[in-house]
Design a protein around this ligand. Structure first.
Ligand SMILES: NC(=O)c1ccc[n+]([C@@H]2O[C@H](COP(=O)([O-])OP(=O)(O)OC[C@H]3O[C@@H](n4cnc5c(N)ncnc54)[C@H](O)[C@@H]3O)[C@@H](O)[C@H]2O)c1
Length: 396
């Protein structure tokens, strides 16, 4: 296999942009991927200036259309292996479609796109063309999230009765968008964010965390999407009571008006045998509570299979995933790196004409992105009916 680093092209990321920076660090983390090109801003002149000012040399393009079109005529070692879409939600669908049609794999920020109609087209196109497609649900990349998934899906907590999956923030407790703050401005605008503000922005992370760790699907929702800050068009508080496929129940909740909460994402899962708790602000450990026993705290990189709770046969690939010894903390950037690393493996297989799995076990897929949009649209329907139970649509 070639050890040439994969070439990544950015869509978005210029002038004060946020999430491109954790991504670009994560892309560079292993030395096996690099950013080689970018269409960094909607205005072509500024896009080129921003590319020229990038901390290391990249090829700048005036638009993502140009970047994708130019790819066909580049020499093989300069062609893009995947694009990373880090634009606001209304600029996800178009570059993702165009990249897939040009034979370029896609790593797209969440939520996947603006609505279920777009999501359906993206799923169908990626299936038809067989192009690898990841969605950036960051917190799946924490090793402790991987271990949580193993614990829950191996049945070590028994049958799952209750899940509380949450993402609570406070940064939109005032009308920050009125100050022109870049990240706030588009997040509260339905044309650029989609039909849900808080739900789309961070409720989708809470949903993905629930689905990834438990393997369970939400079947019906009773939704309360509320707006506390006067004059805001979209929800800034998102509380969803859910029925799960196994007969259990869950709360998927998100808020952006809870002053003092920063990126307070976490999950508590209770089964018939015990409870698991994890928080991303303390992401290196998870806690297991079993009846009449002292709590067990599992640290990344310091797990002993066959310890009386974990079986002896914890999968070797899971045990091998941590990058540095425990006590040297991994965090947000490492979680992103783990997702890019796993996506890279699939892109390399695809490029070599080999089968790649992209089954959602290593990173969120376009199908997971679709489920996020299906969830949001079902919540919107339920919330309009004052929290009446509404069923999720059938998977495509
Ligand atoms: N996974 C996560 O943890 C996480 C965290 C934050 C944001 N996000 C998602 O990432 C995306 C971007 O969010 P952000 O906070 O970084 O936004 P941002 O406003 O900070 O950055 C968006 C960038 O896109 C650029 N852009 C807009 N339209 C463009 C176009 N047509 N062509 C090229 N560039 C264009 C903007 O100029 C800016 O550089 C959103 O979808 C958001 O939901 C995900």
């Amino acid at each position: 296999m070639s050890n040439k680093p994969l070439n990544v092209g950015l869509v978005g990321g210029g002038k004060g942009a946020f999430i491109v920076h954790p991504h670009q660090k994560a892309i560079l983390m292993d030395g096996t991927r690099r950013i080689t090109a970018g269409a960094l801003f909607p205005d072509p002149k500024i896009a080129l200036e921003e590319a020229a000012n990038w901390p290391y040399p990249i090829k700048g393009y005036g638009s993502y259309d140009e970047m994708i079109a130019a790819n066909a005529s580049l020499p093989a070692d300069e062609k893009l292996d995947y694009i990373l879409i880090v634009t606001p939600n209304f600029v996800h669908f178009d570059p993702a479609m165009k990249a897939m049609k040009a034979g370029i794999a896609v790593f797209c920020e969440k939520p996947l796109c603006l609505n279920l109609k777009e999501a359906t087209e993206l799923v169908k196109t990626s299936r038809k063309l067989g192009v690898p497609f990841a969605v950036a649900h960051t917190y799946l990349g924490h090793w402790t999230t991987r271990l949580s998934r193993y614990i829950v899906q191996s049945g070590l907590l028994g049958d799952i009765r209750w899940v509380d999956s949450y993402y609570i923030q406070g940064w939109l407790a005032t009308k920050l968008e009125a100050t022109g703050q870049q990240q706030a401005a588009w997040r509260v605008d339905p044309k650029r964010a989609g039909g849900s503000g808080c739900g789309g922005d961070i409720g989708t992370h809470a949903l993905m965390q629930l689905r990834y760790v438990t393997g369970l699907e939400v079947t019906e929702v009773s939704a309360h999407m509320e707006t506390f800050v006067q004059g805001r068009q979209l929800d800034d508080h998102f509380t969803i009571y859910c029925k799960l496929g196994n007969g259990g129940k869950a709360l998927v909740r998100a808020s952006q008006i809870c002053i003092g909460h920063k990126n307070d994402l976490g999950i508590a899962i209770s089964g018939t045998k015990g409870t698991l708790r994890w928080r991303q602000e303390d992401p290196e450990c998870l806690t297991i509570h079993l009846p009449d026993q002292p709590d067990r705290v599992y640290w990344r990189g310091a797990v002993s299979p066959g310890d009386g709770f974990l079986p002896k046969n914890v999968p070797a690939d899971l045990m091998a995933e941590p990058t540095i010894p425990s006590g040297h903390p991994e965090a947000f950037h490492d979680a992103f790196a783990r997702l890019h690393r796993c996506f890279e493996a699939d892109v390399r297989k695809w490029k070599a004409g080999r089968k790649f799995t992209s089954d959602g076990s290593k990173y969120a897929t376009v199908d997971d992105g679709w489920t996020g949009l299906a969830f949001l649209e079902t919540c919107l329907k339920s919330s309009k009916k004052k929290g009446a139970w509404v069923a999720m649509p059938k998977k495509i």
